[in-house]
Write a protein that binds this ligand. Sequence first.
Ligand code: SF4
Length: 695
Amino acid sequence: MVASLTQLQIRTHCPYCAFQCGMTVSPALEVRPDETFPVNRGQMCIKGFTSAELLDHRERITTPLLRGADGRLAPASWDAALDFVAERLLALRAAHGPEALAAFGSGALTNEKAYLLGKFARLALRTPNIDYNGRYCMASAAAGQNRAFGIDRGLPFPVSDIADTKALLLWGSNVADTMPPIMQWISAQRAQGALMVVDPRRTETARAAQLHLQPTPGTDLLLANGLLHLAIEDRLVDEAYIDARTVGFEAARQTALAVHPAHVERVTGVPIEQQRRAVHLLGEAESAMLLSGRGPEQQSKGADTVVAFTNLMLALGKVGKPRSGYGCLTGQGNGQGGREHGQKADQLPGYRQIENPDDRAAMARFWGVDAAALPGKGKSAYELLDALGPEGGIRALLVFGSNVAVASPNARHIDRRLAALDLLVVCDAFLNETTAAAHAVLPITQWAEEDGTMTNLEGRVILRHRVRTPPPGAWSDLEIIAALAERLGEGARFRFASAEEVFGELARATAGARADYSGISYAKIRAQDGVFWPCPAPDHPGTPRLFAERFGFPDGKARFHGVRHRDAAELPDAAYPLYFTTGRYKEHYNSGAQTRRVAALTDVRPAPRLQLHPRLAARLGVAEGGRLLVESRRGEVTFQVTVSPDIRPDTLFAPFHWGGKSAANTLTIPALDPTSRMPEFKVCAVRATAVAGSV
Ligand code: SF4
């Protein structure tokens, strides 16, 4: 039996963000924060408190749905639905080849599901085309950390270390809204050290800081290089550390010295005095951390921007020292584990690289197939969606746990691509904007109805426990994958009695790989309140802190890289004179497919509000509560406005939790980072016009 606080309270974790708050749930679905879980220590946010409301929600689907000749979705038996899907997949593969099939996963899937979905795409569908919505979340941080440290784990230390660092710089992350319980660690840090925030908006998080730098959207890389310039000029760099623990400083030094602080001030809008104060606080503190969020990462140069951060923190000699270093604050619940186990277009389980011959050979051996039969690297998330339909060549798409019609940039274009498919299958607990075009919708179990592991933002592998029996008619994604594999003639590789058995295979598959889970078991996770990877043997305790002695490259040294600023793909001009940027509300999670169904959340935040500065509002002739038509080169949205001095006068902000006519992603641009393939969600150019008759 699972560990329990009382006989009736079962320990598990929140279904939403990467903080993965520990909570207890009773069979009657009473949710309480878990006082003993060391990450959230008895705190949760409103999303976690209300998460169980979706389990018995009246809109939940518990019967497979197939679209009939009349264009409507109608109930079908599981056998009929699975037969339909499998027959269509086989027919489309026979007609157009395996690359015409694709799968799209999610950072919400457990490690077991991510692993099995990746295996299913490569061995049963035989397609290279699998990617996931974590591409929209973590890809730039992952690419940057891999280049600098040779390994990618969001935080290389437990969150509790944050409380003790003397200088903390949060860059483009509004954690006070996105993961409020982390503020207990940040408040403790602020009580004994310096807290700085970089954000174009004066957010709740920025309000808590002693120093707030408010750069122009899309200029984070230049600002980071500018800070390194000042660190060099003011002799803050740690030369002994650079010599002993790193390679390639000269390239970073030269690119940083090429940007003069006055130029940085002119382009970013951040005064030199603020730049200098920030870098002195970081450099002179006995311990210092820089933690980034989606702000600087969701740009078409996001990976290079992360490298500029690692350059800065390496030059200051902080990375790997106690309570110090660079880290990324992962967003999605399993954004970390989701990218480690093979649902990413370029990866195989254990963070193996699909184009690395040794990695391919290792996984082919493990799965008992010929390495030559393993597909290669597939298309990244946006590129995959952009290729849907006869023109792009992808004829069938299976979606697991992702509302791509809301979450993707240039969202109206994605609607058209989804509508061009011969087969769209969506596995979800609710109908949403993506199921609007689906030929089949398969109803799935929810978080409290199944066991499975997640890997939180610290790299701690945790266990979600099944709290109750799922409603009749809902299947686990694992069962759906196995049932489809049977029908595709690959059933033997996908027969598992439980999620724990899938985890056993996953753990063995990662032995010797970068993200080594081979020493982790469900029992060990229960006994230790989670296990930090790498954990290469059953008697290994796990690795809470990385880089104390060596980095992930064979020589153990970190890498500097010279990275240069470049403009965002689209800058304001005469036709579209304003910046547009997106973000989150405390009350909603990602595409809102779940949280928009919870009354306690929608009562507070029923719709998106466009935030703009009072001076801009006056110029546009709109007042609080009035409406603005916002247009980009890709589409238009009408928003009700909130007028606030907390945003730059050249920038509009809207949350992206809504679809249809309120979808912020109608406006965003699908310019992709060349390395991470992250879309530029955070910067595009728009124009705004007051709607006649509004306030
Ligand atoms: S959404 Fe995140 S911060 Fe809020 S309760 Fe869930 S895990 Fe915790």
